[in-house]
Design a protein around this ligand. Structure first.
Ligand SMILES: Cc1ncc(C[n+]2csc(CCOP(=O)(O)OP(=O)(O)O)c2C)c(N)n1
Ligand SMILES: [Mg+2]
Length: 576
């Protein structure tokens, strides 16, 4: 091109903007400063330009892991985590995480490039053809498509608001390839951007509902408070602690609410779970749902004594989902808890002493029973020996973030490892899904800057294991400990046919996962005793260097499905 013509074109385009820039501008305007994704047509340049514009772009090895990272970023920050994928297969890979975010009430936006509408709608076989919007819709809270560059601003605004307002969840945003290349005047572009004001407005509970709830709580003889991950998400930590302490009632934290108040708190009933579920007469749920994780609020786990439930939740439809709720309190957790605190006034009666005494006695008895098991120094390790070592590490480093998945590795770690601060425990959530490990670890390190300890079953780790390269590439302070028991639940199953194939639950024996980390320049350690494990984890946490420790666990130590073996269907024709 002649120099004069080139100059004219540059001057011309100075007054223009395009779809790529508007997406980036819309994100930055709304404080969305991180993208978790995988590049490819049509979003490769979007990632490059976003990075150039100061957005942190973390490139993963598989979209599902990027999606899980975005989901947990949403949980940690109360801003939607953004996952960026290519069309059809990339979109589908991200979709599991979007559905997971929605189920867990984490705000997340899955932004996927898509193919040409005209061709997709006529089903003429475009490159990566798929009607992504239609497929996403039933799996998320809201789904939108933007066809014109001047609508990018409003599209992001709608996505952000849908993700974080009310009960948070996953949102799908469909951006067809042609959109990115559309050019409009820079002035019109700037005017089209929307800054979302008060994206998650407070939802104040009705005073009558608050009074009803407190009346029920006050009349209780054996009250219990259950804190769910909604309470952790709310970031109303001081108010929640004040409410629990003022009430004097024992509290039970759900898995990801551990640490909202320390597990070592005098009122914590975590180690007396079955007793408090059975024997309580009034249960106040705060950001916790009566789903399978709480046995739907009925049946054997809840005992025979009649119970009254108080439920604090932002979602009115949650009330009476499984059992009658005597006192629904609908609003955002922060507003509800503050309103209750105010209404309790200065002279709230102490919780009945005989009940507190019974709960404390049971808890102390269970803690004492477990203590010697956590001190054992067996080699190969059993779960308790290995977890005893890791429990001390979290006690000494309460700011570290614990990521946890597996079956036995999950259930036993949840029980053994005390948490001391809010939102430090990230795990498999509502679905008990395997595969969230490395995505969660990466997002936790990126969003908080704190060191991360990921305790992973060897099977669980396999779902996202390739992301150790991502951890090394971005030099993240993540220490992965693999509880290597040669398989799913146990490494000892036999093939009942007598054939050569191993049993379906069994992996290669004596695997060395630590070598995977070494392949990418991280530190790999093989640990066969609790002492070795403790030394290696402490070194990793001190150095902040990506580390993977292969913790050799007795293959016979685990049990079927960890603590939820009862959920396996049992046919009387096939007794084990
Ligand atoms: C996506 C997904 N696929 C499969 C499962 C079924 N599942 C539950 S736990 C588990 C793995 C348990 O083995 P491991 O992680 O090694 O823990 P261990 O009990 O051996 O300590 C699997 C495959 C699941 N929960 N999620
Ligand atoms: Mg295992």
């Amino acid at each position: 091109m002649a120099e004069a013509a080139l100059k004219a074109e540059v001057e011309d385009t100075q007054d223009l903007t395009d779809g790529f820039s508007l997406v980036i501008d819309a994100m930055k305007l709304n404080g969305l400063n991180t993208i978790y994704g995988v590049p490819g047509i049509p979003i490769t340049d979007l990632g490059r330009h976003a990075q150039a514009a100061g957005i942190r772009v973390l490139s993963f090895r598989h979209e599902q892991n990027a999606g899980y990272a975005a989901a947990i970023a949403g949980f940690l920050t109360k801003k939607p985590g953004v996952c960026l994928t290519v069309s059809a297969p990339g979109f589908l890979n991200g979709l599991t995480a979007l559905a997971h975010a929605t189920t867990n009430c984490f705000p997340m936006i899955l932004v996927s490039g898509s193919s040409e509408r005209e061709i997709v709608d006529l089903q003429q076989g475009d490159y990566e053809e798929m009607d992504q919007l239609a497929i996403a819709k039933p799996l998320c809270k809201a789904a939108y498509r933007v066809l014109h560059a001047q609508d990018i601003g409003i599209g992001f605004a709608r996505a952000i608001r849908a993700a974080v307002s009310g009960r948070p969840g996953g949102v799908y945003l469909d951006l067809p390839a042609k959109l990115f290349a559309q050019v409009i005047s820079a002035d019109a572009g700037a005017k089209s951007l929307v800054k979302v004001i008060d994206a998650a407005p407070a939802q104040i509970p009705a005073p009558a509902a608050v009074k009803r709830a407190l009346d029920v709580l006050k009349a209780a003889k054996r009250p219990l408070i259950i804190l769910g991950k909604g309470a952790a998400y709310a970031q109303a930590d001081d108010a929640i602690r004040a409410l629990v302490e003022k009430s004097g009632v024992p509290f039970l934290p759900m898995s990801m609410a551990k640490g909202l108040l320390p597990d070592t708190h005098a009122q914590c009933a975590g180690a007396a779970r079955s007793t408090v579920l059975k024997d309580s007469d009034v249960v106040m749920l705060v950001g916790a749902r009566l789903n399978w994780l709480l046995s739907h609020g009925k049946g054997k786990a809840w005992g025979d004594a009649p119970k009254k439930f108080i439920q604090v939740d932002i979602e009115p439809k949650e009330m009476d989902s499984n059992v009658e709720i005597a006192a629904p309190v609908v609003g955002d957790i922060g507003s509800c808890v503050s309103a209750m605190l105010d209404a309790m006034g200065g002279s709230w009666p102490a919780a009945p002493a005989d009940w507190m005494g019974a709960v404390t006695a049971k808890r102390d008895e269970n803690v004492a029973k477990m203590a010697p098991r956590l001190m054992n120094n067996k080699s190969p390790m059993d779960y308790h020996g290995a977890l005893g070592a890791l429990r001390t590490i979290i006690k000494e480093r309460p700011d570290a973030i614990l990521v946890n998945e597996g079956a036995n590795t999950l259930d036993l770690a949840r029980g053994v490892i005390d948490m001391y601060k809010p939102r430090k425990r990230l795990d498999v959530g509502t679905w008990g899904v395997m595969g969230v490990g490395m995505g969660s670890a990466i997002a936790a390190a990126v969003e908080t800057g704190h060191p991360v300890l990921a305790i992973e079953g060897d099977s669980a780790f396999g779902f996202s294991g390739m992301e150790v390269e991502t951890i090394c590439r971005y030099q993240l302070p993540v220490c992965v400990v693999i509880f290597n028991n040669d398989g799913i639940y146990r490494g000892t199953d036999q093939n009942a046919s007598g054939g050569k194939d191993p049993a379906p639950t069994v992996f290669v024996k004596g695997s060395r996962y630590d070598k995977m980390m070494e392949a990418f320049g991280g530190t790999g350690v093989n640990a066969t005793t609790p002492d070795e494990l403790k030394r290696a984890v402490n070194a990793a946490m001190d150095s902040g260097k990506p580390t993977l420790i292969n913790a050799v666990i007795d293959p016979a130590a685990g049990s079927e499905s960890g603590r939820i073996g009862n959920l396996n269907p049992q046919s009387k024709l096939r007794k084990k």
